[in-house]
Write a protein that binds this ligand. Sequence first.
Ligand SMILES: [Zn+2]
Length: 236
Amino acid sequence: MSHFQVYSSTMGTVNSTLISVGEQGVIVIDTQAGEDGGREVLQQIAGREVLFVFNTHEHSDHTGGNGLFGCRIISSTAARTAMLQSGMTKGLPNCHFTQRLHMHILGEEVHMQHVGGHSPGSAIMYLPERRLLLAGDLVFNGRVPWMGQADFSRWIATLTELSTWDVEIVVPGHGPVGGKEILVEQRKMLERYVADVQAWRQADRSEEEMVQLAAVSYDVKPAWHNMLRLAIKQVS
Ligand SMILES: [Zn+2]
């Protein structure tokens, strides 16, 4: 029997994860974009008790269904601050941590840690007994990640650190579940992006040229070209 389930709603590509704990409990990680997505997650719960919701970070595609959950909603303090600043009013986290939070719930050890990198509030969840890591948007498996707020050195350092942990299964924020190799692949891709932008700058490429070059090299659809533009600005 599978002890966890990853659900991506019809609203987008975000992974919501449901982890079964004890007889009837479930931890919900991320609530999809908008209440319709959140409703789909609720349907997956099928009568079990939601022990708490964890938001891996502040981006609205991961928090849109929060308002449907009348339970404890946990995030990093930085993520909650960013949600408030974005004007979010429904389903704000009602429990938050600055660095780490360790919970013992129904005999299960659950660690949460603020790491940043992808966004100021990005955090991970780790269940050591299950060797299960929920990486949130630190990992997009199989596609270019959203890098518009990237702190590249922090992001790369975190992926390096996480790949030394005792982990078997990695759930990314988007894309299929994998093992530690998806941490390594994401790190390499980010390192390559930083090196490419630095090389293009050295070659005096204009910002627009860099966006076009990146779009081709990283197979990025037009709707995300502005993300590439923002990501170029984040490279020092
Ligand atoms: Zn995100």
